[in-house]
Design a protein around this ligand. Structure first.
Ligand code: ATP
Ligand code: MG
Ligand code: FE
Length: 345
């Protein structure tokens, strides 16, 4: 089957054509970094308008790139949440219109399921069940992935998401937007031992994450720093990144202990593009005797290939949606998610 995927839940407009045999036939990602940079963060209204402007021409361009017509596609998949609701609606309504016009099934995809299954697009050998560290702009969770649509949340953040912490620290240190890659770049030249920063919940039995205290500590350390030149900010960026790595690895180890059936340790989401985090997780997997699977960098950050792929996985199970599918600003992956209060769902 050939799936057309659409992603528009944040500030990437993306379209992809992916086959059930994992062939990426064509794809395009348009980042809106330039639009949002003057504001130091994503402005939802601007994002939605940019999706309206770009999405339909990108669908045409991707079909043309593949040399096919809409009628050659077997199903249309779009992110239906969670995310910035204006953008989600643009993508979902576009997908509904295409689905209706071409008389092809609609797949209303949870963006987090796109991230969660993306490692299976990159690696045909990855089988269920696996332990997934999902680290992105809005989420930081450890999930037992038992199958398509079958997720058990083992841990989540009790305050900020990991990517959010990277973005805020980049802002504090004046490193630029988008923040995650900027912090990683600065950290490469810095000394990770230069600043003593807290590692919330480290070495406790509490399975969850917390990054708000770490972010505040960075803010205080920077306010107190006598010298605010690049070597100093690089040191603080490196110290911050080291603290995040310690927290992520410590909680992942704890989760592996409660999921002995896991066949692999997997990381996904935008923050999974960070090489210090990837390296640290790889050594945990090696220590546990498990394969480590991390998608290529372009597949970690938002893209439509992962949405098309999640669509392919769902279509294979007959899990199609109706034209009445709703757009959801919040949409936890696990069934218990709605019950968890204020916890990054
Ligand atoms: P969600 O998927 O939770 O809805 P999102 O779609 O906005 O959120 P992603 O696109 O998956 O998030 O990831 C973007 C996040 O990843 C941003 O917070 C960004 O700073 C972070 N990020 C990207 N590259 C890196 C990196 N190299 N190091 C650390 N963080 C990074
Ligand atoms: Mg982005
Ligand atoms: Fe995302």
């Amino acid at each position: 089957a050939l799936i057309l995927g659409i992603e528009s839940s944040c500030d990437e407009t993306a379209v992809a054509l992916v086959r059930a045999d994992r062939t990426i036939v064509a794809q395009a990602v348009a980042s809106q970094d330039a639009e949002h940079r003057p504001f130091g963060g994503v402005v939802p209204e601007l994002a939605a308008r940019a999706h309206v402007e770009r999405l339909t021409p990108m669908v045409e361009a991707v079909l043309a790139q593949a040399g096919i017509k809409l009628a050659d596609v077997d199903a249309i998949a779009s992110t239906a949440g969670p995310g910035l609701i204006g953008g989600v609606m643009v993508g979902l309504v576009t997908a509904k219109a295409l689905s209706f016009a071409a008389n092809k099934p609609l797949l209303a995809i949870n963006h987090l399921e796109g991230h969660a299954l993306s490692p299976r697009l990159a690696d045909s050998g990855l089988q269920f069940p696996y332990l997934l560290l999902l680290v992105s702009g809005g989420h930081c969770q450890l999930l037992a992935v038992d199958g398509v649509g079958r997720y058990r949340r083992l841990a989540t953040t009790i305050d900020d998401a990991a990517g959010e912490a990277f973005d805020k620290v980049a802002k504090i240190l004046g490193l630029g937007f988008p923040g995650g890659p900027a912090v990683e770049r600065a950290a490469k030249t810095g000394n990770p031992f230069a600043y003593k920063l807290p590692r919330p919940l480290l070495n406790t039995d509490e399975p969850h994450f917390s990054f708000a205290g770490l972010k505040s500590a960075v803010l205080r350390a920077w306010a107190a720093a006598p010298d605010k030149s690049l070597p100093a900010s690089a040191d603080l960026a490196a110290s911050f990144q080291a603290a995040v790595v310690d927290c992520l690895t410590d909680r992942t180890r704890l989760a592996l202990a409660v999921m002995p059936e896991a066949t692999a340790l997997v990381v996904a989401g935008g923050v999974a593009a960070n090489s210090a985090i990837r390296d640290a997780l790889r050594s945990i997997a090696v220590g546990a005797g498990l394969p480590f699977v991390a998608p290529p960098l372009w597949l970690c950050t938002d893209n439509a290939a992962m949405i098309a792929w999640a669509g392919a996985e769902r279509l294979a199970l007959g899990l199609v949606d109706g034209l009445d599918a709703v757009a959801r600003p919040r949409w936890p992956l696990d069934p218990d998610g709605e019950a968890v209060r204020g916890a990054g769902v």
